[in-house]
Design a protein around this ligand. Structure first.
Ligand code: BTN
Length: 247
């Protein structure tokens, strides 16, 4: 297993108890005290949030952090960074020697087999900052039936190390993708994500707020939209929804 340290480009602010690390990061951004690549972590979150208004159950021992990324007014492209973070996590977990079948799931989840072990919530602050909030199930996963997807944790794969090592491994893999995005755009991130993505080319089910779609997962558009080929019904671009893989 490689021994990772947080790259010097990041500044980690380690807190004990917070409502949500995303809220702490937002406070920093709004107060003018934020800097690019500041990372807010916490031991405990009492109001962890997930995507689509869901709660993010946050037991002590799991990893919660929010990374502030300075935008140059390019808010429309900021969602691309979620794909960088998902790819970086898959790479990190593989390098930590967990030896499992890790993959990225659209838009920003990380799976072990078919079970979710990490989720991500992207929130902009004005047009100036992106908050990339990541929760990794290290020691515990939500109980079966309490989440829309089955979940697992790294301890169930035999991981007995500490969560700071996981944070360092993720940030180490994420840094070159953020730097590459700033100079070369989405291309390198898109390639990195597609290399570890689950289900591309296969049949999927996508649940939207008011409808459920089926079709072939035909690819990832430049803005991060999922491209769904519904054959006779045509091509649909999906910007928000839950993906399921029919067994
Ligand atoms: C999801 O899969 O629904 C996204 C989960 C995101 C959870 C993380 S934990 C750190 C940060 N703070 C929050 O309140 N949410 C994100």
């Amino acid at each position: 297993m490689i021994n990772f340290a947080v790259p010097a480009s990041f500044k980690v602010i380690a807190l004990e108890d917070v409502g949500s690390t995303n809220d702490e990061a937002r406070r920093l951004a709004l107060s003018g005290a934020a800097a690019d690549l500041v990372v807010v972590t916490a031991q405990r979150q009492s109001q962890g949030r997930g995507r689509r208004g869901r709660e993010w159950i946050s037991p002590v021992g799991n990893l919660f952090f929010s990374l502030l990324i300075k935008l140059d007014g390019n808010l429309a492209e900021a969602a691309q960074l979620g794909f960088a973070a998902a790819a970086a996590q898959v790479q990190a977990f593989q390098e930590l020697g967990l030896g499992a079948d890790f993959a990225a799931k659209w838009p920003n989840d990380v799976l072990v087999g078919m079970d979710k072990c990490s989720g991500m919530l992207l929130e902009p602050v004005d047009r100036d900052w992106l908050i990339l909030g990541i929760g990794v199930n290290v020691v515990a996963a939500p109980p079966k039936g309490s989440t829309p997807y089955p979940a697992t944790c790294l301890a169930d794969l035999g991981y007995a190390g500490d969560k700071d090592q996981i944070l360092a491994a993720i940030l180490t893999n994420l840094l070159p993708l953020i730097q590459g995005w700033r100079t070369r755009g989405f291309g390198p991130i898109r390639d990195a994500w597609l290399a570890v993505a689950r289900g591309v080319g296969g049949e999927i089910v996508v649940r939207l707020d008011r409808e459920t779609l089926t079709g072939q997962f035909a690819g990832l558009d430049v803005d991060g939209a999922l491209v769904l080929d519904q054959r006779q019904l045509g091509i649909r671009r999906i910007l928000a929804g839950d993906v399921y893989f029919p067994s």
